[in-house]
Design a protein around this ligand. Structure first.
Ligand SMILES: [Fe+2]
Length: 321
């Protein structure tokens, strides 16, 4: 099956190869410096788990006033790949980067957090050997997945803001086109994945994502439209043992559809969870990295709001995929 989004990919500026994989970079949508400065002046106070409405409106006003080309660039990338990278000025101090990135998320919809314990909107994943290797903030590879596949309303977008890349040059982001992977399966495999029999993790104490849905179907439709509830950890979860062969087959198809990009400081990766899974390669050797210098990635979620600038731009492009 053809994968046009691969053909559109542009090789990294550094041409750094990642473990023999094609090192791919989608050209970034650069946030104009003037717009970034305005967005950086917002604040991160929340209304419950949702970014305060007046900040969303303020950010969108600034984006509409000075970001038409930027919004169009985001929409084109989202339409083509199912993900987009907004590049904020890397020189912005950390607090301002968080605010400016929240403003960019407001262009997609309503920014929120689904997991308590963060820094306002953003949940920090400072890398540490104390975290489970595969978890957010862990040091190992993280298999492609969507966030919260085990609830009735997974986040429409997940967002990852790179505050500090791995000094040991690991932690490359992995992005996989889920619909392309579904297309690699045969009808019998797709039928199996439509059964409501699959488990992944737990779904307790989350915000803004509906109710727990365990077990769940991986596929909502044979065509692969709608949600594709997937996490690489499903292939080893004992609850899924009767279905390990088809899960393994799907995992291989997802790996085959994956591309890689190394996020730099100030880069905000926004992923359409209906279309793409995300994960990471393992971090590099950490023995000589001071704990306070380790990779710091921050996450937030977004719920689509049709009046948001990027949604409007997607409608103009004739595709909300
Ligand atoms: Fe994730």
């Amino acid at each position: 099956m053809s994968q046009p989004w691969r053909a559109e990919a542009v090789f990294t500026e550094s041409n750094t190869a990642c473990k023999g994989e094609i090192a791919v970079i989608a050209d970034r949508a650069r946030v104009p410096a003037s717009l970034a400065s305005i967005l950086a002046e917002t604040e991160l106070d929340m209304n419950g788990h949702v970014w305060a409405r007046h900040h969303i409106d303020t950010a969108r006003s600034a984006i509409r006033a000075g970001g038409d080309a930027f919004v169009a660039a985001l929409a084109r990338r989202m339409q083509g790949h199912g993900w987009a990278i907004a590049a904020l000025p890397p020189t912005l101090p950390e607090p301002q980067l968080r605010c400016a990135a929240a403003g960019v998320l407001a262009a997609f919809g309503i920014p929120f957090f689904s997991i308590d314990g963060g820094n306002g909107l953003w949940l920090d994943g400072l890398s540490s050997p104390k975290r489970h290797a595969e978890a957010f903030g862990g040091l190992g590879a993280q298999a492609p997945h969507i966030d919260a596949p085990n609830v009735t309303s997974p986040p429409d977008y997940t967002a990852l803001l790179m505050m500090r890349p791995d000094p040991a040059d690991g932690g490359t982001s992995v992005l996989a086109n889920l619909r392309a992977a579904v297309a690699e399966l045969d009808d019998a495999e797709r039928d199996l994945l439509r059964q409501k029999v699959f488990f992944e993790g737990r779904a307790d104490g989350l915000h803004g994502v509906g109710d727990p849905l365990l077990p769940f179907p991986v596929l909502e439709s044979l065509a692969g439209t709608g949600w594709i509830r997937w996490a690489g950890t499903m292939v080893t979860d004992p609850r899924n043992e009767p279905y390990f062969p088809v899960l393994q087959r799907f995992a291989e198809a997802i790996d085959a559809a994956a591309v890689r990009v190394r996020l730099r400081r100030g880069e905000l990766l926004v992923v359409d969870q209906r279309r793409a899974a995300h994960g990471r390669d393992a971090l590099g050797p950490q023995e000589s990295v001071e704990p306070g210098h380790r990779r710091l990635l921050c996450q937030a979620k977004v719920r689509i709001e049709v009046t948001a600038p990027v949604q409007q731009a997607l409608l103009r492009l004739g595709s909300v995929a």
